[in-house]
Ligand binder design. Structure first.
Ligand code: HBI
Ligand code: FE
Length: 286
């Protein structure tokens, strides 16, 4: 199907891991929780334990508090049970998907407060790095913040913006926004920089690197600057964008982006390691 061609191009021409044969028109599948093996639950526990002990002093408080309430340490979670609690908290639900889904589908789910969670779990040899999102990245990395009303509202708005962007070819700009916030975003706290991006929170190595390594740039969030900045998908980020609080993320992504897209089309995209003259490069955590 053309969808595979699109995503295959997206994931450097390789094939996708998931089984899409039973997916419905929204790419939703049954989670089939009973199919997970004891070995997979054990791998989940190992991944969870390693990541959870990295969170204190690095993940933002909202993430840590919400993750604890999910009680997801002992086995791969039942998405339906999480949906029951999530629906009450912010009106979101989880939908099981075979893996990456087309942008249009992805945006439609987000615009309707449905978060797609991949059903398969990585192999033991992929403990430290995986190319496509698996259930650990999607659930551990993304689901806790969906319990925060401000973030939940932002993500639905992002989905609606995505549907509009598909019509005004603003997709690459929105993909950069998603990348530098939802996936790799940093946030300020009274104790210093903290992480809210799922790609970092579900990664063993980047969670320390992004906060204390002197090499990457750490730039105050500015939506147009983010949308101009290219990103890399197979290495630690060279630049991180820092928000003051989740309200800033919601407020600065509320307006219609069409005028920004017009202005961006006239400007060169910036390499990921750019620091413009006069731009603030926030210090790493001491
Ligand atoms: N599909 N399942 C899934 N998860 C994602 O995070 C995802 C996706 N499809 C497209 C996509 N992300 C990105 O292109 C977004 O920037 C749209
Ligand atoms: Fe993700």
């Amino acid at each position: 199907a053309d969808f595979f061609k699109t995503l295959a191009e997206k994931s450097d021409g390789g094939t996708l891991r998931g089984d899409y044969s039973l997916a419905d028109e929204n790419y939703v599948v049954a989670q089939n929780w009973q199919h997970y093996t004891e070995a997979q639950h054990e791998l989940w526990r190992k991944l969870y334990r390693r990541q959870a002990q990295l969170l204190p002093g690095r993940a933002c408080d909202v993430f840590i508090d919400s993750l604890e309430r999910l009680d997801a340490a002992d086995a791969i979670p039942h998405f339906d049970r999480t949906t029951e609690a999530l629906q009450k908290a912010t009106g979101w639900q989880l939908v099981a998907v075979p893996g990456l889904v087309p942008d249009l589908t992805f945006f439609e789910h987000l615009a309707n407060r449905r978060f797609p969670v991949t059903v398969w779990l990585r192999e033991p040899h992929e403990f430290d790095y995986i190319v496509e999102p698996d259930v650990f990245h999607d659930f551990f990395g993304h689901v806790p913040l969906l319990f925060n009303p401000v973030f939940a509202d932002h993500l639905q708005q992002y989905g609606k913006g995505g549907l509009k962007a598909l019509k005004t070819d603003g997709l690459k700009y929105l993909a950069r926004l998603y990348w530098y916030t939802v996936e790799f975003g940093l946030i300020e706290s009274p104790q210093g920089l903290r992480v809210y991006g799922a790609g970092i929170l579900s990664s063993g190595g980047e969670i320390e690197h992004c906060l204390t390594n002197p090499t990457p740039r750490r730039i105050p969030f500015d939506v147009e600057r983010v949308m101009r900045t290219l990103y890399k998908i197979d290495s630690y980020q060279e630049t991180y964008f820092v928000i003051r609080d989740l309200e800033q993320l919601f407020n600065e992504t509320a307006p219609d982006f069409t005028p920004i897209y017009e202005s961006l089309k006239a400007q060169e995209a910036l390499p990921a390691n750019t620091l413009l003259a006069g731009e603030m490069n926030l210090p790493p955590n001491g």
